[in-house]
Design a protein around this ligand. Structure first.
Ligand SMILES: Cc1cc2nc3c(=O)[nH]c(=O)nc-3n(C[C@H](O)[C@H](O)[C@H](O)COP(=O)(O)O)c2cc1C
Length: 363
C-alpha cells in the first residue's frame, strides 16, 4: 500500500476524502485536512448546468485553499459540451484534477442524464470523456458505481472504455444505483476493475474502521481507498490509516481533542456562513461524530434543539465536561447507530432547527 500517482500528482498517503454533497465543502475539507493523513480531497459534486450558467453557488463550490492540494473538482451533468465547459472552468480556478461523477443515484441528477444515469449510457459517457479531454490539460478521473442495477453490472467494461478515453484514475463505490446505500459495498467487483485496467484504481464503500479498511484493501488489491461517511464519524480516520501504513500505532484523540474538533468546525462554519446555516452544518456533523460516544444520542438531541450559536457552545461544554468527569450524560448508554444513517449524494445543507431524525433525501 504505497503512494500512487495520477500522472505527476502523488497521492500520499493513498487515501482520498470521498466527495459528499452538502458535506465536503471548503469548511469540512479543511477540518479533515488539518487532522492529517489525507492524500487527496475532492469538492462536492458541482452541477455543470449551474457552472456554465454562472450560478454563484456552483462557482462558490469550486473554491479551495492552497493547503488543500492536491485538490479535485467533481462535476456532474449529462451533456458533453456543458461537461467540457464545466471542466475547463475547474481547470481555470486551479484544480489539480477533474473528476466526473458517474455514481450519484439521486433522481433529479439521473433524470438529466448525469450521475449513475451515465452507467446506462456508456456511449454518452464516452462522448463526455472525449470532449472533456479536449478541453483540459489536468488529469481526468472518474467515480463510478458498479452498475445501474444488479442485473446490469458493467463497471469493468465502463472502466476499460474510460481508460481508452484517457481517464487516469478510476474510483469505484461498490454498490449499484439500484442498491442506493443498502447492503454492503461489493469489493469483489472493485477487485475485478483493478485487474482489468492498468491505470490506478481506488475502492470505496463502508470503510469506518482500520481493520475493515485494511482487509478490503488487501483483498481487492486497489491502489487507494476513499472514505466518506467514516470521516464524519471519525475525522482522524485518515491519520490512523496513515499511522498503520507507516507501522505506527493508530493515533487516538482524547476527549479534549474531540471537543476541540467540534468547536473548530463550528468556528470555521461561522466564519463562512450565516448563523442559521452554520447551526445546520453543526447538527449534521454532530449527528455522525457522536456515533458510538457514551451518551451521544442525548448529546445530539441537545444540539438538535439548540436555536443559537451560544446554545450550541453551552451544550458542547456541558457534554464534554460530563465526559471528562466520567459522569453519566443522559442514560449513559452507547446508542445503536441505526437511527443516524446518512445516505444521499443529494443531502441538503441543513438550515433546520428541528432534529432531522436521519439525514436522507430518500434516494
Ligand atoms: C451525504 C452524501 C453525499 C454524497 N455526495 C456525493 C457526491 O457529491 N459525489 C460522489 O461522487 N459521491 C457522493 N456520495 C457518495 C460517497 O462519496 C461514497 O461513494 C459513499 O458514501 C460510500 O462511501 P462511504 O461508505 O465511505 O461513505 C455521497 C454520499 C453521502 C453519504
Amino acid at each position: 500500500m504505497e503512494p500512487f500517482n495520477i500522472r505527476n500528482i502523488t497521492i500520499d498517503p493513498p487515501l482520498v476524502l470521498s466527495p459528499m454533497a452538502g458535506v465536503t465543502d471548503y469548511t469540512f475539507r479543511r477540518l479533515i485536512k488539518r487532522r492529517g493523513g489525507v492524500g487527496l480531497v475532492v469538492s462536492e459534486f458541482i452541477s455543470v448546468e449551474g457552472l456554465t450558467r454562472h450560478n454563484p453557488k456552483s462557482k462558490r463550490q469550486m473554491r479551495f485553499d492552497e493547503d488543500e492540494r492536491p485538490y479535485a473538482v467533481q462535476i456532474f451533468g449529462g451533456k458533453p459540451d456543458r461537461m467540457a465547459m464545466g471542466a475547463e472552468m475547474a481547470e481555470e480556478v486551479g484544480a489539480d484534477i477533474l473528476d466526473v461523477n458517474c455514481g450519484c443515484p439521486a433522481p433529479k441528477v439521473v433524470k438529466n442524464g448525469g450521475g449513475s444515469g451515465l452507467l446506462r449510457e456508456p456511449k454518452l459517457l464516452e462522448s463526455i470523456l472525449k470532449e472533456i479531454k479536449k478541453a483540459i490539460t489536468i488529469p481526468l478521473t472518474l467515480k463510478l458505481r458498479t452498475g445501474y442495477t444488479e442485473a446490469s453490472i458493467n463497471v469493468v467494461d465502463v472502466a476499460k472504455m474510460a481508460e481508452q478515453c484517457g481517464v487516469e484514475h478510476i474510483q469505484v463505490h461498490g454498490r449499484t444505483r439500484e442498491q442506493g446505500y443498502k447492503g454492503l459495498a461489493n469489493w469483489e467487483i472493485i477487485r475485478q476493475v483493478k485487474e482489468a485496467v492498468s491505470i490506478p484504481v481506488s475502492g470505496n464503500g463502508d470503510i469506518t474502521s482500520i481493520e475493515y479498511g485494511m482487509r478490503k484493501w488487501r483483498e481487492s488489491g486497489v491502489d487507494g481507498i476513499l472514505i466518506g461517511r467514516g470521516a464524519m464519524q471519525n475525522p482522524w480516520i485518515f491519520r490512523q490509516f496513515a499511522d498503520v501504513l507507516a507501522g505506527r500505532e493508530p493515533y487516538q484523540p482524547d476527549v479534549a481533542e474531540k471537543k476541540a474538533v467540534l468547536l473548530e468546525f463550528f468556528g470555521l462554519c461561522r466564519e463562512e456562513m450565516p448563523e442559521i446555516v452554520s447551526l445546520g452544518k453543526m447538527k449534521q456533523l454532530a449527528g455522525q461524530f457522536t456515533k458510538g460516544l457514551v451518551g451521544g444520542a442525548q448529546f445530539r438531541q441537545t444540539l438538535y434543539h439548540s436555536h443559537s450559536a451560544q446554545e450550541i457552545l453551552d451544550n458542547i461544554d456541558i457534554y464534554f465536561e460530563t465526559l471528562s468527569q466520567r459522569a453519566t450524560f443522559g442514560d449513559g448508554e452507547v446508542e445503536s447507530d441505526a437511527d443516524i444513517e446518512m445516505t444521499s449524494c443529494d443531502a441538503p445543507v441543513l438550515p433546520t432547527i428541528e432534529p432531522p431524525g436521519r439525514l436522507s433525501a430518500g434516494v
